[in-house]
Design a protein around this ligand. Structure first.
Ligand code: TMP
Length: 215
């Protein structure tokens, strides 16, 4: 058992995770006297960043859905053992931009792979370690895609080339996960102005922290 606090950030593409995370980190640093470590999936460590490049390469249109899933899972395993767990053991608050739920939402609901298989693979790769809290930033697929099309700094990846229908299935997947894991996943309305989203995220983190650490 580790002593830190693991928070995953999830949401459809265009939910604004990156912007929200950038603003949440300094606020958490003011509030908590622990290290705040921000990392991302796929990636976060050298081996997993290399796997990310393979998965998201826009030229890799021949990639099979199961190959894609297994690469995400492999990247997750390496990231967990090399970065997430050691930091949790040092009592850090670890913020991870995407984690287990992304595989269920994208490869399961989005690509149509068996959700039970993905749940098992996630458990295998993480030794059953679930986030203490998952912050789910919810936007409609239309708004998410509109934001992506307007964002000039964002890398365009292979997943961005998918059609509206795929993005809608992903969002539906997240909403199903939310229903099934209401204790773990906090729903945040990410269509609000960013300062309001950040406030809601901080409130959800503080609430869960108090609940779990009895402070
Ligand atoms: P990002 O744009 O949030 O960095 O994520 C990269 C893409 O990878 C995004 O479109 C979601 C996708 N993804 C999956 O399909 N499955 C996964 O398990 C993860 C972690 C990400």
């Amino acid at each position: 058992m580790t002593n830190g606090f693991l928070i995953s950030f999830e949401g459809p593409d265009g939910a604004g995770k990156t912007t929200v995370l950038e603003q949440v980190i300094p606020r958490l640093q003011e509030l908590f006297h622990q290290d705040i470590i921000a990392t991302r999936e796929p990636g976060g460590v050298d081996i997993a960043e290399k796997i990310r490049d393979i998965i998201l390469d826009v030229n890799h249109t021949a990639m099979d859905a199961k190959t894609e899933l297994l690469l995400y899972i492999a990247a997750r395993r390496q990231h967990l053992v090399e970065k997430i767990l050691p930091n949790l053991e040092n009592e850090a608050i670890v913020l991870v931009d995407r984690f287990i739920d992304s595989s269920v939402a994208y490869q399961g609901y989005g690509r149509g792979l068996e959700v039970d298989d993905i749940t098992w693979l996630n458990a295998y790769a993480t030794d059953h370690r679930q986030p203490d809290l998952t912050v789910y930033l919810d936007v409609t697929s239309e708004l998410g895609l509109e934001r992506i099309s307007k964002s000039v700094n964002r890398e365009v990846n292979r997943l961005d080339l998918e059609k509206l229908e795929m993005h809608q299935k992903v969002r539906q997947g997240y909403l199903t996960l939310l229903e099934e894991n209401a204790e773990r996943i906090a729903l945040i309305d990410a269509s609000q102005p960013v300062n309001m989203v950040v406030d809601d995220v901080l409130a959800a983190i503080i609430k869960k922290y108090k609940e779990l650490k009895h402070v």
